[in-house]
Ligand binder design. Structure first.
Ligand code: PGA
Length: 251
């Protein structure tokens, strides 16, 4: 059976005080080191990594960041390297989130370079891909997500996906309250796994593919019941302990 993962994406939310309450509630809810059918992680803003590492050490919850530089070190004011994230115990890093692509102009090539930087530092990249509403309505969903996946696989090789996580996040479903139906998610996930299988069947079979976009406790079980939906990348609902815990339970 494939590994399942529920990862929270806090985006630019939090405060030391709010984080403390949320993290303590998650640890209490999941139990210290208890055997979890679904792995669970939180991806937090950089300044909170030290706090999160301290609070989650010894728990069954992993942590990570939401972005990293494609460069190893140097004169890149404001950037954070993969090696720095590794120093703070990050297991995961989100790469290519649609907000990075749309608001910060990250190209496929840059996302591929960040993906490589994550792997070079022993981090598991959570690679995000997804189509806009315009692309979906024009019937271009498969073409768009295939091109986004191909941009990574063409440079890194299919083998590079062996220690990665893929997240299908339709842009029209992120933060909009409008979730893809379980069937819509399954259709794209199966398509993506099939595409990758053309290059490497064993990597495709083992790859966790998460769905993201307005996942809540109320719709998580239906999404996660689909054969190719291996968990979720959770934005808004990851900031509310009871919601996030219920989503982890659904996985
Ligand atoms: P959402 O965000 O759950 O708030 O829609 C998901 C994401 O952007 O990762």
């Amino acid at each position: 059976m494939r590994a399942r993962l529920v990862a929270g994406n806090w985006k630019m939310h939090g405060s030391r005080q709010a984080n403390a309450g949320l993290l303590d509630a998650l640890v209490a809810g999941l139990g210290k080191g208890g055997a979890q059918a679904a792995r669970c992680a939180v991806c937090v803003p950089f300044p909170y990594l030290e706090q999160v590492a301290a609070r989650l050490a010894g728990s069954s919850i992993a942590w990570g960041a939401q972005n990293l530089s494609e460069h190893a070190a140097g004169a890149y004011t404001g950037e954070v390297s993969g090696a720095m994230l590794a120093e703070f115990g990050c297991r995961y890093v989100i790469v290519g989130h649609s907000e990075r692509r749309q608001l910060f102009g990250e190209s496929d090539a840059r996302v591929a370079a960040k993906f490589a930087a994550a792997r070079a530092n022993g981090l598991t990249p959570i690679l995000c891909i997804g189509e806009t509403l315009e692309a979906r309505e024009a019937g271009r969903t498969e073409a768009v997500v295939a091109a986004q996946l191909e941009a990574i696989v063409a440079t890194a090789g299919a083998e590079a996906m062996r220690n990665a996580v893929l997240a299908y996040e339709p842009v029209w479903a992120i933060g909009t309250g409008r979730t893809a139906s379980a069937e819509q998610a399954q259709e794209v996930h199966a398509f993506l796994r099939g595409r990758l299988a053309q290059r490497d069947a064993s990597v495709a079979q083992a790859l966790p593919i998460l769905y993201g976009g307005s996942v809540k406790a109320a719709n998580a079980a239906a999404l996660f019941a689909m054969p190719d939906v291996d968990g979720g990348l959770i934005g808004g609902a990851s900031l509310v302990a009871e919601e996030f815990l219920a989503i982890v339970a659904a996985a």
